[in-house]
Structure formats: C-alpha cells, structure tokens
Design a protein around this ligand. Structure first.
Ligand code: RP5
Length: 169
C-alpha cells in the first residue's frame, strides 16, 4: 500500500485496488503483485462498505476525478463493497470475492455477482485466482490504449504458456 513519493506523486495511477478489511490483503495482494509485474501503477486502499461507509462514498464519487480508469474491489462475506462502489462511479469495477471462513467464499461470490440490471460488476473467481485475474483484466482494459502495456501483457501470457511442461514431473 504505497504512499506517493515526491517522485511519483504526479504520476497518474490508473487502477485502484480497494478492499473491505486488512484481512482481505492476503488475497488482494495478488492483484497488486500482478500489476507490479506488468508495471502498472496502482493504489491499494482499505475501504469498507459497512465500517467506513463515508470513506467509501468519498472514494467512489471522486474516483474518476482522481484519475483512476478501473477499480478492483475485493470483499468477503456480505460483500457489498464492489456493488456499492459501482453504484457510485461510472468507472468499470471488477469484483473479487474473498474466501470467507464460514462459507468458503460462496457468500462473497453471490453478494458480488448478483447485481441488478443496470449496475454492472465484473465478477471474478473466489480468492487468489480472482485477484490475479482482476489485475489482468484491468490491465487489458488499459492496454487498449497503451501499446507498451499490451506488449508486456503479451509477454506475460507467453511466459505462462512456456511454463507448461509437456509431461508431468
Ligand atoms: C468484509 O468482512 C471484508 O471484506 C472481509 O472480507 C470480511 C471480514 O472482515 P474482518 O472481520 O476480517 O475485518 O467486510
């Protein structure tokens, strides 16, 4: 969760990774690490729909003006954060269901995926895979207008392909 430095303060950070709790970081750090590999500047913030609703409102209403292009939102349990943020901003929101202890993340998944028509949340898989893929999707959106990033994404995918052995060890 990097603070802007004097050197980077004026650089645009096109992606915000938000999460409902510190406990979500263990999952959401995989989104951040993926964006680091792809050299995509991003912010990581704790924004809770339930515990800090005013922080959530301020963040979501100001997100576009702050320069964000997409938002990745992770939450668990009664996971209202992605949907509420999507209701408050026109930016694309990708939701990551964090794996909960009591229901293995199914509660998170259903809370995030079952949005009413008109307010979309692009919902990913439960847990680490979802966090990683949310980062890749957000990067792919940015890559539509960023050729250098598109090349880095191509290289990332090619490396994943090359890493698959023909036979099991
Ligand atoms: C949600 O409640 C958070 O997104 C988190 O996944 C879940 C549990 O939060 P903690 O009790 O661990 O802070 O709001």
């Amino acid at each position: 969760m990097s603070e802007p430095t004097a050197e980077t303060a004026t650089e645009p950070r096109p992606i915000a990774i938000i999460m409902g709790s510190q406990s979500d970081w263990e999952t959401m750090r995989h989104a951040s690490e993926t964006l680091d590999i792809l050299e995509v500047p991003h912010d990581c913030l704790i924004v809770s729909a339930h515990r800090t609703p005013e922080r959530m409102y301020t963040f979501a209403k100001g997100a576009r003006e702050a320069g964000y292009k997409t938002i990745i939102a992770g939450a668990g349990g009664a996971a209202h954060l992605p949907g509420m943020v999507a209701a408050l901003t026109p930016l694309p929101v990708f939701g990551v269901p964090v794996e909960s202890k009591t229901m293995s993340g199914l509660d998170s998944l259903y809370s995030i995926v079952q949005m009413p028509a008109g307010i979309p949340v692009g919902t990913l898989a439960i847990g680490r895979a979802g966090a990683t893929n949310a980062a890749l999707l957000a990067a792919a959106v940015l890559a539509l207008s960023d050729e250098a990033l598109a090349s880095r994404l191509d290289a990332w995918r090619a490396a994943r392909t090359e890493a698959v052995a023909e036979r099991p060890a």
